[in-house]
Design a protein. Sequence first.
Length: 174
Amino acid sequence: MQKLLLILPVSLLALSSCISTNTNMEKVSPNKEIVTEKTIPENAMMRKEPTMVKPENAMMRKEPSKENIVTPSQWYMSYSSDAFSSALKSKQNVVLFFSATWCPTCRALDKQIESNLSSIPSDAVILKVNYDDSTELKQKYGVTTQHTTVLIGSDGSFKSKKLWARNISEIFAQ
């Protein structure tokens, strides 16, 4: 036989009487808890929880390959010539967001884009270009100030240029 010591608040007195035992000894402790000493027979068994078993004919779901998945982080990323050419090859519109780390309005738009990635059209990618390090791109698209967005069509043609867009809607508005 094993002994089990239960300490229950007085409010659980009624509940403790529901447990069937061979021997009960109850005392009230100074902090108004009921101390119950119960003797449990050795042949008492613990209840076994049911387990899930996979049927032999069950099919496992196949995970999609990583190459075919477009994640929100692929809709907005730092500029690279590879990312740019890849987007154009897959017939996506590309927005070049000329941003500077020291520019407060650029940081605000960056934060707004990050928090609303699902608002980016499915046929578009926004590439964040470092304004301070991209002289060639600035010259190519006539960018003279930070916080400029340039929309390039899926065929690689220049579509539009906007200054000071505040959100994704304004970037893609024509």
